[in-house]
Write a protein that binds this ligand. Structure first.
Ligand SMILES: Nc1ncnc2c1ncn2[C@@H]1O[C@H](COP(=O)(O)OP(=O)(O)OP(=O)(O)O)[C@@H](O)[C@H]1O
Ligand SMILES: Nc1nc2c(ncn2[C@@H]2O[C@H](COP(=O)(O)O)[C@@H](O)[C@H]2O)c(=O)[nH]1
Length: 198
């Protein structure tokens, strides 16, 4: 039997992808598995190497890209990010639904592969609210915050491309957004739960 379909969560930085994902991974611990990306950005306080990201240098990452070890990679806000084949395989080896948190360039690159995920765009209620959430998160310098807001405006336009996303979730009320996410993934969740029984 073919394994469960992966899930791609995309959306502007600060839209709430990680927040939604953490709830999903907590509530369905053994059903979903996170695809741990590589990045060249510095870890934030509390982030764990190998769990939140594989934190690497630009040289290390470029070497692995050149060796064909990545499904997709992109430059975002002055840093490199990418999904390695190994990250997805590690989740699929556990027969879990693989969840990728990637930017919109990554979405476009994944579309050229045979991964066949469900594509979900997490949208902030407005740019002003996005800016407030990013500022309140206190992870960005003024420079990186402005870069992320510029990228967000582009992403919001690009997300309107017909067929690019299977679902758009507006993350205004967190519980409502989370319910919509669970509803969209219910079929895959049930399939995975059923396959565990047999
Ligand atoms: N519905 C919501 N209402 C209020 N605050 C929220 C909501 N969803 C997320 N947040 C807060 O907004 C901030 C950004 O959320 P989060 O870090 O999950 O975004 P993200 O899309 O994963 O960003 P990035 O792409 O930069 O990793 C966090 O501080 C989070 O607690
Ligand atoms: N194309 C990819 N984008 C990725 C990947 N991992 C994360 N991201 C995206 O980067 C931005 C910024 O993330 P942050 O952790 O620095 O705030 C965000 O939009 C992520 O979705 C990846 O492997 N490929």
């Amino acid at each position: 039997m073919q394994g469960p379909r992966p899930v791609v969560l995309s959306g502007p930085s600060g839209a709430g992808k990680s927040t939604l994902l953490k709830k999903l991974l907590k509530d369905y611990e053994n059903i979903f598995g996170f695809s741990v990306s590589h990045t060249t950005r510095q870890p934030r306080p509390g982030e764990v190497n190998g769990k939140d990201y594989h934190f690497v240098t630009r040289e290390e990452m470029q070497k692995e890209i050149d060796a064909g070890e990545f499904i997709e990679h992109a430059e975002f806000s002055g840093n490199m990010y990418g999904t390695s084949k190994g990250a997805v395989q590690a989740v699929q080896a556990q027969s879990q639904i693989c969840v990728l948190d990637i930017d919109i360039q990554g979405v476009k690159n994944i579309k050229r592969t045979d991964l066949n995920p469900i594509y979900i765009f997490v949208q902030p209620p407005s740019i002003d609210i996005l800016e407030k959430r990013l500022r309140d998160r206190k992870t960005e310098t003024e420079d990186s915050l402005l870069k992320r807001l510029t990228a967000a405006r582009v992403d919001l336009e690009l997300s309107k491309e017909p067929g690019l996303f299977d679902l758009v979730i507006i993350n205004d009320d967190l519980e409502k957004a989370y319910s919509e996410l669970k509803e969209a993934l219910l079929e895959e969740i049930e399939k995975t739960q059923e396959s565990r029984k047999s």
